[in-house]
Design a protein around this ligand. Structure first.
Ligand SMILES: C[S@@+](CC[C@H](N)C(=O)[O-])C[C@H]1O[C@@H](n2cnc3c(N)ncnc32)[C@H](O)[C@@H]1O
Length: 286
């Protein structure tokens, strides 16, 4: 109630429900208003806030909003990717100049080491490079799909998708054809294969023969092949402008809002349901 000091039990900040605009798909996500209240009550502008299990970064986002310095620590690349996207959505591209990520791969050998140590973490990291959301590998629905990125590019409001396939190991001749099949099955706009190894000429020919996805902004190759080295060098994927990106629920600054209850595959952290599909990363040929 206005004018009444806060009591020991706070009931005025509702928990996040599944379709809340703020919701990013992280099952344990807290309302940002709650974290802002705690931070406001216990620190001043310029102080440093530390969240050593920062998940989807609610404390980080609240600290940034309240002009605190902050440190977030998390053990998964899934969380780190999500926080980067959250900050980007809330504060725009320049926010990346305001913080540093320590512990992520910054070179191909770093990425190879990560892939050899933990293929899931590698996959999450690689998908994070292209703003994609990891899928849980199931035998049925998501077979052949490692990640997805959603977008809207016309006035119909129809959600379009880009499908990602991440190949940490040796490339096989059939991979591009398989991806093409998955793109057709899923009626996706674009399919992207991310690999360590350089695709062979026949793979590139197969990719080129898939043609283009046409949007109001032009034509975008329907099948795109990117190496980890390409992505680290800043070669992104070609698709309609990201203004209407619907992959992650937009963090608060965004005016765009699309209800979704897609959860992130966090159970993979605890359960590791299937053996890794890419046991060891192969070194690229010089
Ligand atoms: C309950 S969630 C945090 C939720 C977060 N406060 C929020 O509002 O989104 C716990 C997080 O701790 C991370 N975690 C687990 N063990 C860890 C460790 N040893 N070091 C750092 N992070 C860890 C998990 O990856 C997970 O993201």
């Amino acid at each position: 109630m206005p004018g009444v000091p806060l009591q020991d039990v706070w009931t005025d900040i509702p928990p996040l429900h599944n379709l809340a605009a703020e919701r990013l798909g992280y099952p344990t996500q807290k309302p940002q208003a709650l974290l802002e209240r705690i931070i406001r009550a216990s620190s001043s502008e310029g102080d440093t806030v530390l969240d050593p299990f920062c998940g989807c970064g609610t404390a980080v986002a609240a600290a940034q909003a309240l002009k605190r310095r902050w440190i977030g620590i998390d053990i998964t690349h899934l969380a780190i990717g999500l926080i980067k996207q959250r900050l980007l959505d809330s504060y725009g591209e320049r926010i990346s100049e305001a913080y540093r990520v320590i512990g992520e791969p910054v070179s191909v050998p770093d990425a190879e080491r990560l892939a050899a140590e933990d293929p899931y973490q590698f996959q999450w990291w690689a998908l994070g490079l292209v703003g994609a959301r990891p899928t849980v590998q199931k035998k049925g629905a998501d077979k052949g799909v490692d990640g997805r990125r959603f977008f809207h590019d016309d006035k119909t409001g129809e959600t379009k998708q880009i499908i990602f396939s991440v190949k940490a190991g040796e490339l096989h001749a059939t991979y591009v054809r398989d991806l093409r099949g998955v793109v057709e099955r899923e009626k996706a706009a674009i399919g992207v294969m991310i690999s360590f190894q350089e695709p062979t000429k026949p793979m590139r020919t197969e990719a080129a023969s898939a043609g283009f996805y046409t949007s109001l902004w032009g034509s975008h190759p329907r099948i795109q092949l990117r190496t980890v080295a390409d992505l680290l060098a800043g070669t992104g994927i070609e698709y309609p402008p990201t203004r209407a990106d619907a992959t992650f629920k937009k963090a608060p600054r965004a005016t765009y809002d699309e209800p979704t209850d897609r959860e992130l595959p966090l159970q993979m952290v605890a359960e590791r349901p299937e053996p890794p599909r890419h046991p060891r990363a192969k070194r690229r040929r010089p």
